[in-house]
Design a protein around this ligand. Structure first.
Ligand code: SF4
Length: 363
């Protein structure tokens, strides 16, 4: 379960996946979380990594997202971790399925025990609702409002035209402002590869041009830091979006290296669809998938970056000096980030060929 991001810049937020345990077992879960999973982040590691997050570049990271699995599965750990993050000056969002909100009293009691958590990001959809009905979502939302906490809701579906999805949305819109509800497309990753309603998926020959929706780096219990809190967290190494491991390197050295990671910044600047157009322009169109899930930028990442050959070709192309420079300039133009330009010591666009493939059809 991941929290929904609000256009956060790459290094303003970091996520911690506290546990793979979950109170329920949804068939579309890409993390394959469930009641039987045991892996969790050791408390000492979580507190130490939060200290590193808070200290990085004099506090440039302002918030943490606590995710799972279901972080509310172990309330005591959630309270200790969120209190520690609050004392370190970080703002905290926790992802949840709202299974703890069976009654309004229970919901208020639970949130009262977690004063550090300023926002809850609730996941609900056709699958979650087989275990956790609308009433829980309503109770969690009212409790959050009464206690002055913020909230949003994410609904996952195979298709935005699916009737059951539309019914879930209709019911949610009766209790929550529409602007607080986001939609995600179910990806054939993790458990969803076999179990979700694949017949409902809508495919297209054109990759989605939507931007990346969750470029919040996420720390996994084993210490890996992935440059994505979406489905790429479920990919084993070699994972092209893995930035390093906090058990081996400090957070600051990993993040300093990430400043000049061209794949990461290409996805941030243009969105994953630019990987497709770049590979086509370099004559690799025959290696690309024939179709993509409609409306899902994450589907492009998981199809291209899980293919070792495509990932290697992309890596080679993106590390060509001119492409690195183009991405650095685009970071300045689009994200107001001049850090990479400084590192490459480039100061004029004279080093860039205007016919560079990355700049074509740059709308
Ligand atoms: S899979 Fe790609 S598009 Fe989706 S959140 Fe991760 S980096 Fe962004």
């Amino acid at each position: 379960m991941t929290a929904r991001t609000e256009n956060t810049s790459f290094l303003s937020t970091i996520g911690l996946l506290l546990t793979y345990r979950c109170t329920i077992h949804c068939p579309h879960c890409f993390a394959e979380a469930g009641p039987g999973r045991k892996e969790k982040m050791a408390l000492g590691s979580a507190l130490g990594w939060i200290d590193e997050i808070a200290a990085y570049r004099n506090g440039c990271i302002r918030s943490v997202e606590l995710t799972g699995g279901e972080p509310f599965f172990d309330l005591q750990t959630l309270a200790l971790v969120s209190d520690h993050a609050m004392k370190a000056g970080l703002s905290i969002t926790a992802a949840t399925n709202a299974g703890w909100a069976g009654t309004l009293e229970q919901a208020i009691l639970t949130l009262n025990e977690l004063p550090g958590i300023r926002k809850i990001s609730i996941s609900t959809d056709v699958y979650h609702q087989q275990f956790i009905p609308d009433g829980h979502i309503h109770n969690a939302v009212i409790a959050a409002e009464l206690l002055g906490r913020r909230y949003d809701i994410t609904v996952t579906t195979e298709s935005e035209q699916d009737e059951q999805y539309l019914k879930v949305m209709e019911r949610l819109e009766r209790i929550v402002d529409r602007r607080l509800i986001g939609t995600r497309i179910t990806l054939p990753v993790g458990r969803a590869l076999k179990a979700a309603r694949s017949c409902k998926r809508k495919l297209s020959q054109e990759p989605s041009s939507r931007p990346c929706g969750s470029s919040v780096p996420l720390i996994l219990p084993d210490g890996r830091l992935i440059a994505c809190s979406g489905p790429m967290t479920a990919i084993h190494d070699p994972n092209p979006l893995s930035l390093g491991n906090l058990r081996r390197d400090s957070l600051s050295s990993i993040l300093e290296r990430a400043e000049t990671n061209p794949l990461l910044h290409l996805i941030r600047v243009w969105g994953p669809h630019r990987m497709v157009s770049l590979l086509q322009s370099r004559g690799h169109g025959d290696l690309l998938p024939k179709e993509y899930l409609c409306g899902s930028s994450c589907d492009i990442c998981s199809r291209l970056l899980c293919d070792k050959r495509l990932a290697e070709i992309l890596n080679q192309i993106l590390n060509e000096p001119e492409n690195r420079n183009v991405i650095a300039y685009a970071q300045r133009q689009r994200l107001s980030n001049t850090e990479t330009l400084h590192r490459y010591r480039v100061d004029g666009t004279g080093q860039i060929d205007a016919t560079n493939a990355l700049l074509q059809s740059d709308i």
